[in-house]
Design a protein around this ligand. Structure first.
Ligand code: AGP
Length: 630
């Protein structure tokens, strides 16, 4: 995700801004920029696409000397990585400057309205809308005295203070915004002020000596202060160099004492988690909200990216990917064939590139790739494009190579995935594939409106269900401890439980080096049951489903041969306890959507088993985050 830094103090701002952005590089980005208010009241803005070094080179030798400024590293969502799309962004007057992390869901509507009122836009970003909204609100406030409210100083004292016009303007502007945001704003008209706000995206206040700071994350603040206040949902903060003025989403002053950060730099980059992989597993509720943001509105699924695709002649769908991305496609197949009433074929990228199916305009080929750089998936997409198929990419990286090959791209928006094994990207892929499937079903008229709404509502509830799974890792940790010396595990499932079992097995083997195999539960009798002997450990997907009773029969088959069974089951299901040695309960979910939830205990199992075995969790041996070669 993007990185935000801001400072209001007495010393030059640029050194803190550049160092802070460097300390946030781990968050992933593709352009960067800073803006500083110079002592003569002018705004110095520097932006550069690419790595931070490009920005440093741009600024070196002409560092702005002002003591108030903001900075940003951008992870592109709306608009390609470029100098023009890099933050900070300004309003028409060039006197207001904003940096932002998140997604403004209604930015297109707001942009049209602002342009109709004469505003001129210079970028493709959703963020620039914020600068113009604040401009309008400041114009409205021009005649009013700066808002003066009883406020809470950093040490909790109630003091008289002036949150400034900029703070009120930001508050009013955000009332028109839908979506996720963390932002920092400065204005030449109140050069002593730095304003921040946050909703569904992190923003932290740092309280220093003779200066106060803003940052997306604690690592940027550590060289200056360990006293921090994390903004809560909807909160807004106005900083000058002596005071921190906190407000809730209604604009009322709030009181909160700072906390002291004990972390070192490395721990801070992982937000206190021991590994990026565990951090990203726990990030999934927030990542899913970002993946679904703006795609489930008014009770229905809608992806504007599909509008440009001519799907009128499509009679068959191909979902192409590798590894975890292939398994995401396999899950989607079960849902899409029911929802779209179309045949959906899942093909591994490396197979398709050398044994492609007959393709033409009647085929929709969707290339699924978190990185957008996987060579086999890219080659398959290129083949499909040459064959005249409709082509679409589902990826997490804006402007990645895969997006150059296809007709349209749909982004995950789950933020960069640093851990090599795919976790939040997988559940993000599932969420977006489900939303896409519901949208396509609506466009094709193959599902009744009430069923579309019911499924959209169930999908919208998935972040909370995943959060519930993550809230109690202890049972999984105990099972992971029992796996330390196991040399092989079988994962079994039926229906969507089968690709979920494949993904669970892949997670375990790639991060803990324990061999594991995913198998259709109904196939046990056709061979794998020969592997079952006393003490053999099986993980079974046994949540509520049309084939639940069949899964129970499979558990009886293996238990009769002395196997130990860990069942992933639906909360409230007590019957399963007669068929399994251990039960990992997950919240109820519609069967076709259940992989989003059911995969979570298996992600945690893989992670904790790897830790128990002393493996390099974030960078498992022999693996790369993106397989850009054959
Ligand atoms: C997933 O845990 C693996 N790291 C791997 O299977 C990965 O999913 C595969 O290489 C595809 O990567 P992509 O999604 O970036 O194309």
């Amino acid at each position: 995700m993007c990185g935000i830094v801001g400072v209001v103090g007495r010393e030059p701002a640029a050194p803190f801004l550049l160092d802070g952005l460097r300390r946030l590089e781990y968050r992933g980005y593709d352009s960067a920029g800073i803006a500083v208010i110079a002592p003569n009241g002018t705004l110095h803005l520097h932006r550069a696409a690419g790595k931070l070094q490009n920005l440093v080179a741009l600024v070196t030798g002409r560092e702005p000397h002002g003591a108030v400024g903001i900075g940003h590293t951008r992870w592109a969502t709306h608009g390609r990585p470029s100098d023009e799309n890099a933050h900070p962004h300004t309003d028409c007057t060039g006197r207001i400057c904003v940096v932002h992390n998140g997604i403004i869901e209604n930015f297109a509507t707001l942009r049209d309205q602002l342009q109709a009122r004469g505003h001129t836009f210079r970028s493709e970003t959703d963020t620039e809308v914020l600068a113009h909204l604040i401009e309008e609100e400041l114009a409205r406030l021009a005649a009013c005295p700066p808002a003066s409210l009883p406020v809470t100083a950093a040490d909790g004292r109630q003091v008289e203070g002036d949150g400034g016009r900029l703070r009120v303007a930001v508050h009013e502007a955000l009332l028109r915004v839908q979506g996720a945001y963390a932002l920092a704003a400065i204005s030449l008209d109140e050069p002593h002020l730095l304003v921040g706000a946050a909703r569904h995206a992190p923003l932290v206040v740092g309280i220093g000596d003779d200066a106060n700071y803003l940052a997306s994350d604690i690592p940027a603040l550590l060289p200056r202060t360990r006293l921090v206040i994390r903004l809560r949902e909807g909160e807004l903060v106005a900083l000058d160099r002596d005071r921190v003025l906190l407000y809730d989403e209604t604009g009322r002053a709030v009181e909160r004492l700072p906390t002291y950060v004990e972390w070192d730099q490395s721990a801070a980059e992982k937000a206190g988690y021991p590994h990026f992989t565990l951090k990203e597993i726990h990030e999934q509720p927030e990542a899913l909200r970002r993946a679904l943001a703006g795609r489930l509105t008014d009770g229905r699924a809608y992806l504007a990216e599909l509008d440009g695709l001519d799907l009128s002649r499509v009679t068959r769908v191909y979902l192409v990917g590798c590894g975890t991305s292939h398994y995401a496609g396999m899950v989607a197949k079960y849902a899409w064939e029911q929802w779209l009433r179309l045949p959906v074929e899942c093909i591994i990228g490396s197979e398709m590139r050398y044994a492609p199916p007959p393709l033409d305009e009647h085929a929709l080929v969707i290339a699924i790739s978190q990185s957008g750089e996987t060579a086999d998936t890219r080659a398959a997409a290129e083949w499909a494009a040459r064959a005249g198929a409709r082509t679409l990419a589902l990826t997490n990286v804006v402007g990645s190579s895969l997006t150059q090959t296809v007709e349209a791209s749909v982004y995950l928006y789950v933020g960069p995935e640093i851990g090599v094994v795919s976790t939040k990207a997988f559940t993000g892929q599932l969420a977006v594939l489900y939303a896409m499937g519901l949208d396509l079903a609506a466009r094709r008229g193959t599902l009744p409106p009430e069923q579309l709404q019911e499924l959209a509502a169930a999908l919208a509830a998935m972040p909370e269900r995943v959060a519930a799974c993550l809230a109690r890792p202890e049972p999984v940790q105990r099972i992971a401890a029992a796996c330390v010396n196991v040399d092989h595990l079988l994962f079994i499932g039926r229906g969507v439980g089968y690709p979920t079992a494949l993904e669970g097995a892949l997670k375990l083997k790639e991060v803990s080096y324990i061999h594991a195999e995913g198998y259709p539960a109904g196939e046990l009798k056709h061979g794998p049951i020969a592997l079952v002997e006393p003490g053999k450990l099986l993980i079974a997907l046994a949540t509520a489903s049309a084939t639940y009773d069949k899964v129970l029969s499979n558990l009886e088959e293996v238990k009769a041969r002395g196997a130990r069974v860990v069942a992933i089951a639906t909360e409230g299901d007590t019957a399963i306890q007669r068929h399994a040695d251990h039960v990992l309960y997950v919240p109820a979910a519609p069967e076709l959507l259940s992989p989003i939830v059911n995969v979570v205990p298996m992600q945690l199992l893989a992670y904790y088993a790897a830790v128990e075995r002393g493996c390099d969790v974030d960078q498992p041996r022999n693996l790369a985050k993106s397989v850009t070669v054959e």
